[in-house]
Design a protein around this ligand. Sequence first.
Ligand code: FE2
Length: 364
Amino acid sequence: MTARTYLPLISPNRGASVEDHLAASDLSMNQVTFHEAYKIRPETQIKLIKISFMRYQHPDLDVITTFLLNFGLSVVKKTDTEVWYRGYGADQYLYYACKGPRQFLGGAFDVESFEDLEKATKLQGVTILSDGIEEMKGAPGGGYIVTLADPEGFPISLVYGQTLGEAKPMPEKVIMNDEVDKPRARKFQRFQNGPAAVHKLGHYGLVVRDFMKQFSFYTQNFNLMPSNVLYMPTADSKPKEVGMFAHIERGEELVDHHTIFLTSLPPGATEPHVHHCSFEIHDLDSQKLGHYWLAKKGYEPVWGVGRHILGSQIFDYWWDPNHFMVEHYIDSDVVNQDTPVSFELAESAKDAAWGPDVPSAFLE
Ligand SMILES: [Fe+2]
């Protein structure tokens, strides 16, 4: 009798780029149904075009500037109390820092018209943090800005009339050979070490106390459409919404999977806070070079490099010197009006297709 050895079946990994409606969960709905289900009237919304810049207050502008230069931004304008930083895209600036005690000053979005700014000043029950509509006299590109407080006090700014800057050259495309296609004939891969140059601002996220109230504020007042609603299963089988990844709804135009996200405070936590803001960079080589650059400079990594499932981005999260989290990302999903709103278990927001285990600091 011959002894047989049975080996366990182990399938190799694989990946595929899957159509949005096929990747969506069973609990998904089209965007028109979403508006109806949540009683959203798009015709009344303030129309955002894109995210423009982040605003933070830092105690030492030299310390944050050194970090942001190593993170891949460059200084476009500087005074004793304010600094504006840009990427290589056409935006005048992506990050604004002013001198003062550590504070998150919110994200800023370009709107379609001056009337959108006026509409914002008249929203029922909403506190205006700026002195009405202000002219941004000292800022690169000028323009007008109004800053509101959301129901939990997070600032959100709306900008109109800023002139577009001039894009700098995009980093060169690195050609990759695979096992069959070898387009990189007699060309060798060579790199220069340094920070991962930032292209643009992609998104930011808030950890909130009353998710449904915040969800209503952002989805009712602005053309922010969830790509994913995150839920917790409940005993009575009606899922409880606890988070969202939302994109700026621009019809057929393809936009990033999320520009803002909201997530509920984890158990035991009491203080709403900004989670992180995220900047697009060029490719995986620049991301890894940028990762080791920041590590060599002694900055503190949070999580990465890895690939998210919801949004698909390849991510790399870092703490800045004042313990604000910032992210480099590449390869975000893009969506449009035909992409379903997919309801996903909240747990899946922290899942990665690959990468290190999610650290507890990321979940705070
Ligand atoms: Fe992110």
